[in-house]
Design a protein around this ligand. Structure first.
Ligand code: SAH
Length: 211
């Protein structure tokens, strides 16, 4: 069912994921719908692909309804993973939704979260929405270009920019298998990169209770 959840807009996509039972929480829905990444028309003009023949104003109007578009370079409302370069993908929306719902009991205002394999930065942003105010999310990624990309993606919106400037979100380059001890302990650790084995460093950096 997850693969039938694609929509014509971000709201559509999130509603379809919920309707198909991928997640049920209102909080997850709000976070996925309200992560605002719409740029100003000026920024949009700079970044729009020239193949678009629409005016900046029209593009801005379209983008105001967009969530994933600034993190996902193609078909952002499809419920499927998409390449983001460097051999990595932004995960499918149903993966993001179910990860959030599974961690939800630990994603309260003020909570600290580690997002391992932060890639595009999309999930890091949704997690930051879920732990505000007062929370912090560290996105750790082992490819520097993707650390830079996540920061660039997040800075496209006013809210994302504030998260970065206030230190609510921190993107760092590192090996996620070791966690990120300097910000530990975490209420929740999301592992978005495949792990062949259990890495004790991660459970050591998790609060009890934590997930
Ligand atoms: N959650 C992200 C990306 C998921 S793809 C998104 O949806 O956009 C998995 C990511 O994990 C890739 O960006 C990859 O570069 C990263 N990764 C793989 N092994 C890693 C490791 N040991 N430490 C940190 N990041 C790693």
């Amino acid at each position: 069912m997850a693969w039938r959840s694609s929509g014509a807009s971000n709201v559509d996509l999130v509603n379809n994921l919920r309707r198909h039972g991928v997640f049920s929480s209102e909080r997850v829905k709000e976070a996925m719908v309200t992560v605002r990444r719409a740029p100003s028309s000026e920024i949009l003009c700079k970044h729009q692909t020239l193949s678009y023949s629409r005016s900046c104003l029209q593009l801005t109007q379209i983008n105001l309804q967009v969530d994933r578009a600034h993190y996902c370079p193609s078909f952002p409302y499809d419920d499927s993973p998409k390449p983001i370069g460097h051999g990595a993908t932004i995960s499918a929306p149903h993966m993001h939704a179910s990860a959030c719902e599974s961690l939800l009991p630990y994603l309260n205002p003020g909570a600290k979260v580690l997002d391992i394999g932060s890639g595009s930065g999309y999930l890091t942003h949704v997690l930051a929405e879920l732990v505000k105010p007062g929370g912090k999310v560290v996105g750790i990624e082992h490819i520097q270009e993707l650390v830079d990309l996540a920061e660039k993606n997040m800075a496209k919106s006013k809210e994302g920019k504030e998260f970065l400037e206030s230190g609510t979100v921190l993107f760092v380059k590192g090996d996620g298998r070791k966690g990120y001890p300097s910000e530990a302990p975490y209420d929740a650790i999301h592992v978005g990169a495949a792990a062949a084995e259990h890495h004790k460093a991660l459970t050591d950096q998790l609060k009890a209770p934590g997930r």
